[in-house]
Design a protein around this ligand. Structure first.
Ligand code: NAP
Length: 523
């Protein structure tokens, strides 16, 4: 039995209070535990600010990049062990666990390379010098320098490795120490990742802290130089971002929340063709991968009314061969949802979608038994396809994210109705348009761009090179407006913006040039 510990103030801490159990969601067996209380967050943050911040700021981008490369190497060396933990505590199939762990390694590696390319600088020149007035006597240069506080990262349960690593990679490269707080239900993997990071010896003292305990008063100690980056549900995000001390001290806050991601089938797409097949595959992958517990998963599928039956038939044909059960059983392709609370959330959410006018055409809200598991054990639901026949009704499908293995088919007619329906999601992380018709794709992509952080345009030409809309890549921004939290992460060097203060340095031209001469330009 694994007993998880926090790492605060440069040492491992057992915690205190009543033990919290972590489960194998396939069997409901207890696999790990933690003691949630007794963590001194004020001291931990002070330690990070005093030790980790100065040490990271003294390093060049190339040195910070080399540090990230070592962290990636540390995970790679223990990849199999990490995959096993993801399967045991997260209900992940091996392929789901790879998506999480390899995503962590890939993102660290990508930011390591960015660090190497930025070389010997320690901070960034933002744009070109600007002449103020007719002569170049007075100029200005924008610069981006690391904030002097700690980045507190509160993460969701669904990506314990990637969620922690992607945020940490960007903050550490920017020169800001991190205090990571994973969701307890799946914290075993996150804790092991941090243990491996620390054991690599690559991190300066105070650069990385971990809390597996209750959040308690953690956010109450954040100040103007700290950063709070949250990933989770919109409800929790809204509650936390409104905390009086965060507002009063102007702590930089980023919220990555939930999203009613869309997929639009173009009227031109032929059944059985490459573009059709790509869409069906993306949809089935998003319903089943991580049992649908992916913030970028397609939830709303907009289909020309006269193609609804065909698409439904082809998706159901693929869902029928999904084998749901204990991920350790040979041949199982979908695991359980992660916790008992998640199971309730999914069942209740599907019930609400159905009550608001959607019809289950495959699966449904009932709990099912999983392959290789004793009857009535485990948090299993069937892969579920819903359908709404009247686009004007079914309000809940546009506002309620069911964070589980489900998506809803919705009819539309014409590009402008597709754009209007997508906008009913109130702002999302990603939407995809599947079409060979360039004019249609352009109208929907640009029409929906203001409501989304990412829009993918898919046609037959990308077959063989397409990884689907669900993968979050370090090169591209991740986040979305409105319902999705209004945040932005990753996006290459842009991602460091969250951890850097932009300042305009203004004065006598040659002096400004001298002062800013040690900065580097990012891209
Ligand atoms: P959640 O219930 O909102 O919790 C998110 C995190 O916030 C957890 O670590 C939670 O810890 C913590 N938390 C709750 N109350 C807190 C408080 N008072 N102070 C500090 N931390 C607090 O979300 P979840 O169920 O873990 O994750 C599922 C949701 O996350 C879905 O809606 C999904 O769409 C979203 N998500 C979004 C993204 C994205 O990038 N946009 C990525 C992944 C997931 P406890 O568990 O201890 O409450």
């Amino acid at each position: 039995m694994e007993n998880l510990r926090s790492y605060l103030g440069g040492r491992w801490i057992d915690g205190s209070g009543d033990r919290v159990d972590l489960f194998n969601p396939a069997t409901e067996e207890v696999v790990a535990g933690l003691l949630p209380d007794g963590l001194d967050y004020a001291a931990a943050l002070a330690y990070g600010r005093a030790k980790g911040g100065p040490a990271l700021r003294a390093m060049t981008f190339a040195q910070r990049g080399a540090m990230l490369k070592s962290l990636a190497g540390a995970l790679h060396a223990k990849r199999d062990e990490l995959l096993d933990i993801g399967m045991l505590n997260g209900g992940n199939t091996r392929s789901d666990a790879k998506f999480d762990v390899d995503g962590a390694i890939g993102t660290l590696t990508w930011y390591a390379e960015l660090g190497a390319s930025l070389g010997d600088g320690r901070w960034i020149l933002d744009g070109q010098p600007v002449s103020l007035g007719r002569s170049s006597k007075v100029t200005a240069q924008h610069v981006l320098t690391p904030r002097l506080g700690v980045a507190v990262h509160v993460n969701a349960f669904n990506f314990p490795a990637w969620g922690l690593a992607e945020k940490a990679a960007v903050a550490l490269l920017a020169g800001v120490p991190v205090l990571a707080r994973p969701a307890p239900a799946t914290a075993w993997l996150a804790a092991r990742v941090v243990e491996l990071f620390l054991a690599s010896g690559a991190l300066p003292d105070g650069a990385l802290s971990l809390s597996v305990g209750a959040p308690g008063d953690l956010l109450d100690h954040l100040g103007p130089q700290d950063v709070f980056a949250f990933t989770g549900s919109g409800k929790t995000g809204a509650m936390l971002r409104g905390r009086p001390n965060l507002l009063a001290s102007g702590t930089h806050v980023n919220v990555e929340a939930d999203s009613l991601n869309g997929a639009v089938l173009g009227p031109d797409v032929e059944r059985g063709g490459d573009t059709w097949t790509l869409m069906v595959s993306d949809l089935v992958r998003d319903i089943t991968q991580k049992a649908g517990q992916k913030c970028t998963a397609i939830r709303r599928v907009l289909v020309p009314r006269d193609r609804l039956d065909e698409l439904q038939e082809d998706v159901i044909e693929r869902l029928l061969v999904v084998r749901t059960g204990d991920p350790r059983v040979e041949g199982v392709t979908m695991g359980p949802v992660a916790t008992a609370a998640q199971l309730e959330h999914v069942r209740e959410g599907l019930g609400r979608l159905i009550a608001s006018g959607a019809k289950a055409v495959a699966g449904g809200p009932a709990r099912i038994d999983g392959e290789g598991v004793a009857a009535s054990k485990g948090y299993f639901v069937a892969p579920t396809l819903l359908r709404v026949d009247d686009a004007a009704s079914g309000d809940a499908v546009h506002s309620l994210e069911v964070f589980g293995p489900s998506a809803t088919l919705i009819p539309y007619e014409g590009a402008s109705e597709a754009v209007a329906l997508l906008a009913r999601g109130g702002g999302g992380l990603v939407t995809s348009v599947y079409s060979e018709d360039r004019a249609f794709a352009a109208e929907v992509v640009m029409g929906t761009a203001p409501s989304h952080g990412r829009v993918t345009a898919v046609n037959a030409k990308v077959a063989g090179a397409w990884i689907g809309p669900g993968a979050v890549l370090p090169q591209l921004i991740h986040g979305g407006p409105g319902h999705a939290g209004g945040g932005e992460e990753l996006g290459g060097a842009r991602g460091m913006g969250l951890y850097l203060q932009r300042t305009a340095i203004q004065g006598y031209g040659p002096l400004v040039e001298y002062i800013t001469s040690s900065g580097v330009r990012a891209g």
